[in-house]
Design a protein around this ligand. Structure first.
Ligand SMILES: Nc1ncnc2c1ncn2[C@@H]1O[C@H](COP(=O)(O)OP(=O)(O)O)[C@@H](O)[C@H]1O
Ligand SMILES: [Mg+2]
Length: 376
């Protein structure tokens, strides 16, 4: 897959990199617009609240994953998936199934940067606990390889389930609404805890045995240094192009960029389409909304919907599509904050009271910076 990646000065083609990492030139480091210095996370101090029993031996993790067997579990191996920073393997540890992420050194990423991401993820996961966030069981750093251990999410990633990988059945409309709602809940918790995820995407939303959504992959997450300000600047632009808000591409770190990425995830949930496809008229899914909204184009919301699911109604789909479009507003202050998505209860209402929402007229009032949802 190839993505167009944007630097402040350059536009360059990056191939195969799932998640982009761009360091802008030194001259950008003293940006006049810098609001807050990005604090690179440090390895946790000895006094951190990490539990002493958390570390595992690398040799133990190697053993339980069959020496990090790269074949898929259906072929007798243990490889569950791969992201921009690591490969994840299945194993059995202390009477439970686990997933072990082994961080891979990346060509254009020095080991110390990878270590920063490793400590970022374990620091975040040792502090933040929520039903819709993946949990961490431990880590290993006793040899040169860095590993993180999680409970196994038996239904894999939302990306894989939408693509029906390995012959999995299509997700139903109800399951999709619950997954969207769970993801919004997890994000609300993250944002209320003054964290910005920075890589919200369907590959980073995992599904447990009951299809409960768990946000994962906290390597790029940043805690805001100043809890009264929600925006930070960075010279290291990271994220996944197909999900990135305009301000994220300029190096801003704000919870509103997570809301934008959540909007792309909603479009994936509705359509079942991948976030980026070179063979599509609009390569990025986020741009397909212009085709749907343009009366001269033939594409309707109905055409856009995933044909692999049956149990949906156009009025409900239109409500979620409209929410997605609000999240995808180019101007970040016009997007709802995730709390509004939650307190608007759009997703919950669709699930809880099907008939009431069917006959209700949902009216969106976009008042200056605020999205208000009024039910008549
Ligand atoms: N706990 C887990 N259970 C099952 N599959 C997982 C788990 N964690 C990760 N995976 C699979 O591995 C992929 C990459 O994991 P991720 O943590 O996102 O790695 P990276 O940091 O390299 O992006 C995910 O998209 C998913 O398919
Ligand atoms: Mg990932």
């Amino acid at each position: 897959m190839s993505f167009l990646c944007f630097c402040p000065d350059t536009v360059e083609e990056v191939t195969s990199a799932e998640t982009l990492q761009i360091s802008s030139p030194e001259t950008h480091s003293d940006l006049a617009t810098r609001l807050l210095e990005e604090r690179e996370p440090q390895p946790p101090p000895v006094t951190s609240n990490l539990q002493p029993q958390i570390p595992f031996l690398y040799s133990e993790l190697k053993r339980i994953t069959g020496n990090f067997d790269d074949r898929s579990p259906s072929n007798g191996g243990s490889r569950l998936g791969e992201g921009g920073f690591g490969t994840v393997y299945k194993g059995f540890l202390n009477d439970r199934l686990v997933a072990v992420k082994k961080l891979n050194p990346v060509d254009d990423m020095p080991m110390d940067k990878l270590q920063v991401q490793f400590y970022q993820e374990i620091q975040t996961l040792s502090v933040l606990k929520h039903e819709n966030l993946v949990d961490m069981l431990g880590f290993s750093c006793d040899e040169q390889h860095l590993c993180i251990v999680y409970p196994l999410m038996s239904n894999g990633s939302l990306l894989d389930r939408l693509a029906c990988l390995e012959g999995s059945p299509p997700l139903s409309w109800q399951q999709r609404c619950l997954i969207a709602e769970g993801t919004a809940r997890g994000l609300e918790y993250l944002h209320c805890s003054h964290h910005v995820h920075r890589d919200v995407k369907s590959a980073n939303i995992l599904l447990d045995e009951n299809f409960v959504a768990k946000i994962s992959d906290f390597g790029l997450t940043r805690a805001s240094a100043n809890q009264t300000s929600t925006t930070m600047m960075t010279e290291r632009i990271v994220g996944t192009c197909a999900y990135m808000a305009p301000e994220a591409l300029r190096g801003e770190i704000t919870p509103k960029s997570d809301v934008f990425s959540f909007g792309v995830v909603l479009l994936e949930i509705l359509s079942g389409l991948p976030p980026s496809d070179d063979n599509r008229e609009s390569q990025f899914l986020m741009d397909v909304r212009y085709e749907i909204d343009d009366e001269d184009e033939n594409l309707t919301l109905e055409d856009f919907m995933d044909k692999k699911m049956k149990d949906w109604q156009l009025s409900h789909a239109a409500t979620i599509y409209s929410l997605a479009c609000n999240c995808l507003h180019d101007r970040k202050n016009r997007r709802p904050v995730i709390k509004q998505v939650q307190s608007g209860k759009i997703l919950a209402d669709i699930l809880r009271d099907d008939t009431r929402v069917k006959t209700a007229h949902l009216k969106y009032l976009v008042k200056s910076n605020n999205l208000e949802i009024v039910l008549f």
